[in-house]
Write a protein that binds this ligand. Structure first.
Ligand code: NAP
Ligand code: GDD
Length: 333
């Protein structure tokens, strides 16, 4: 069979790292875009650096996108690069729009210009549903975004649909609900909790400050979700799909389970910090992934309690390793 080439923007992120592993397993030649950084930000793909080919490109720079597509000539492009942290989008709404909205249009334009047969995946988000008008949310639920992040992602979604309808591009939008893993950034609530639990259990911290404990999310496992991205680009025709577990839990549920996993009571350690509340909250997200199950044959393999447990276990190991390194460094002359 001839060589299949896939290009992943945002390969250094949580999803990028799992998607790169999946694509390599499937025999693709995998390319990824990175932004130059003065310090190392490739920890999540350290183990893949011999297998993936990295290029410098930025969603802010149209020419860098065109040059990258000309050089790689990919069959599939997965656009995962984004400013992905919702609270920061209130502090940097313009930059968030440049990356998450106009950046998508730049990449689609580059594809149209270089090779319109490229198959395109856009990382859309359940945050677009915002203050959702129905529960659960599916592909037909109207969007009511409540953050500059959600607003920008909504543009990214619609421009993807628009390029499919206007130019016949094979462009898919995956409306993914929250998905987590031990590779999740520590600013997101799931990892903040599991990292905090590990530090408290190992005696390195004594409390964990959180914001709104009553917000509910549909949390799945990132490794399952990148499989859905790949499946979307293998179909006969392009379409949009909700990817979710169909179960929602509160932040409090997450904390309770994570502390219980190490034999602790969350109430003794969690402090609510009003400074961590958002200017506008998305209270309840629950996805209906019937279409993805029916058409893609996709389903999640990891349920909520298992997800919490695997993340706590991974952080117990990571925090213990970090502590050992600190001790060894302090002993060096
Ligand atoms: P993540 O860990 O924050 O990774 C984001 C990636 O984007 C990083 O590799 C980052 O590179 C890169 N990036 C940021 N700005 C860029 C720019 N201007 N040009 C090029 N690259 C840039 O996010 P994730 O959790 O893997 O999420 C992947 C995508 O799915 C994002 O678009 C996110 O918004 C979307 N999404 C995520 C979830 C979820 O629950 N995880 C749900 C729905 C949608 P650096 O390392 O250089 O910062
Ligand atoms: N980050 C954070 N930190 N969130 C907290 C905290 C805290 O200390 N305390 C409570 N929360 C609540 C937030 O108010 C929110 O309701 C919920 O926990 C989840 O927050 P995050 O983990 O930051 O995720 P998110 O839902 O805002 O966004 C994630 O999922 C989206 C999909 O719905 C990100 O991955 C987005 O990129 C993604 O699109």
């Amino acid at each position: 069979m001839s060589e299949r080439r896939a290009l992943v923007t945002g390969i250094s992120g949580q999803d990028g790292s799992y998607l790169a592993e999946l694509l390599l397993e499937k025999g693709y030649r995998v390319f990824g875009t990175v932004r130059r950084s003065s310090s190392d930000n490739l920890q999540r793909i350290q183990h893949l650096l011999r297998e993936v080919e990295l290029l410098h490109a930025d969603l802010l720079d149209e020419q860098s996108l065109i040059a990258m597509l000309r050089r790689v000539r990919p069959h599939e492009v997965y656009n995962l690069a984004a400013q992905s942290y919702v609270p920061l989008s209130w502090e940097q709404p313009i930059l968030t729009a440049e990356f998450n909205a106009v950046g998508v249009a730049r990449l689609l334009e580059a594809i149209r210009f270089v090779d319109p047969t490229i198959r395109f995946y856009q990382a859309s988000s359940s945050e677009m549903f915002g203050q959702a008008v129905e529960v659960p949310q599916n592909e037909d639920t109207p969007f009511r975004p409540r953050s500059p992040y959600g607003v920008a992602k909504t543009y990214g979604h619609y421009i993807t649909v628009n390029y499919r309808e206007s130019y016949g591009l094979f462009a898919c939008s995956g409306i993914l609900f929250n998905h987590e893993s031990p590779r999740r950034g520590k600013e997101f609530v799931s990892r903040k909790i599991t990292d905090g639990v590990a530090r408290i259990k190992l005696g390195i911290a004594s409390e964990l400050r959180l914001g709104n404990l009553s917000a509910r999310r549909d949390w799945g496992y990132a490794k399952d979700y990148v499989r859905a991205m790949w499946l979307m680009l293998q179909q006969d025709r392009p379409d949009d799909y909700v990817v979710a577990t169909g179960e929602a839990h509160s932040v409090e549920d997450f904390a309770r389970l994570a502390f219980a996993h190490v034999g602790l009571n969350w109430r003794n350690f969690v402090r609510v910090d009003p400074a961590l509340f958002r200017p506008a909250e998305v209270d309840r997200l629950i996805g209906d992934a019937t279409k993805a199950r029916r058409e893609l044959g996709w389903q999640p393999t990891v349920r909520f309690p298992e997800l919490v447990a695997l993340m706590v276990e991974a952080d117990l190991e990571a925090v213990a390793a970090e502590a050992r390194t600190r001790v060894e460094a302090s002993r060096r002359p």
